[in-house]
Design a protein around this ligand. Sequence first.
Ligand code: FRU
Length: 450
Amino acid sequence: MKENPYRNLFHLEPDRGLLNDPNGLIQFQGRYYFFHQWNRFGLDHGYKEWGAFTSSDLNNWDHLGSALLPDSKEDSDGVYSGSAIEHDNKLYVFYTGNTKNNGTRKTYQRMACSSNGCTFIKSEKVIETPNGFTEHHRDPKVWQSDGKWWMIVGAQTIEQVGAINLFSSTELEEWKYEGVFYSEQSLDQMCECPDYFQLGDAEILVVCPQKRTSLLNGNENISSYAGYIVGNFENNNKRFRPDSDIILIDEGFDFYAPQSFIDEKNRRIVVGWMSRMDEAEELACPTAAFNYLHCLTIPRELFWENDCLYQRPLEELKMLRKKRNTSTETSAAFLSDSRSYELHVQLVNQTTPLEISMNNGNTVIHFDGRSKLVISRINWVSGQREQKELHIPKLFEIQIFNDSSAMEIFMNKGEKVFSMRYFCEEEQRDISYRGLQENGSIDYYSYKEE
Ligand code: FRU
């Protein structure tokens, strides 16, 4: 088989099959575990288990293969998404067991426990869906506060409105239903992969409203997105009271189902699934020829500053930098010696247009010198350029992490983030820019091993 030009260097992806949501993110006994949704047999969504990546330094990763299989009655049609916690030196994971009987779905929230991080024993106890909700009840996220364990689960009311249910427990086996944590028309017909955490003095609820073109024949996700709401978990009525609308977490083409966790350095880290491809895009995705689909984003540390959520690449990623070249010319063109590299653009007073073209023209960033930033790529199905527009009143920094076929762009120290897949075969990549004003600079870091 010919060499795979799309194989990423620092984005986690499976060696075969389809990967989707990050699951059970945790640092356990010193090691990081990033579990993930996985169809190890094919490139469709027909089979789901948990696979596992592990690392001691967030740079060198091993894939451990399967971690949780759909091998029992209450998860026979899929080990769906969920989360992890540590308790008494054991790793507990919570996930959704999906079952289908003659086409009728039934879901169970389940728990499994491990003392070594890779072999799990499933608990017999399951949580069934409360009255008033359909069986689209999934993706438990568990945390501890005020001496109790709490679990939120993505839900759909029988009126087909998105919701998030709340449960509590004192010992992780028996869970009590506490009612609706949050429900709103803006959650569309169902809310997937909820997350909730404290960040600085803010409380953040992460939601993934799942959009569907047709509820009748629909598996298709049309423009589902991941967002967050700032608010308060009110202890008296156990509901989340919102203080904001839903704000996009990532403005790019490919970002969904993020999950966060706290590591031993006390950092709140988030990882997302780097795909929002529709079925046609998945089928035509160039990595399908190499028998795998999709990747995760790089881990990003979250900060709450100036009443805003900031996402910044972890310090550990600096290990990837092998060589640096700084340019302060108005315009320049050069060739990257590898498919993965970083560009760090610093703008001091950029009041005229600046354009940066990367990956042989496949990906282009255009700033109008005022507040409009347009990011575009060539769509691999249509062959046409497609773009998204961002409004950034004062742009002073762009940090671009470019992998062989995945790109993450951080603007203004992580105030806005943009993730996308793109497909370009060449090993050496043309990079060029024009319009850099005085005192601006562009650092290029090659990630090529010498
Ligand atoms: C989100 C999602 C989850 C579900 C999982 C199944 O992408 O649909 O709601 O648990 O994927 O793979």
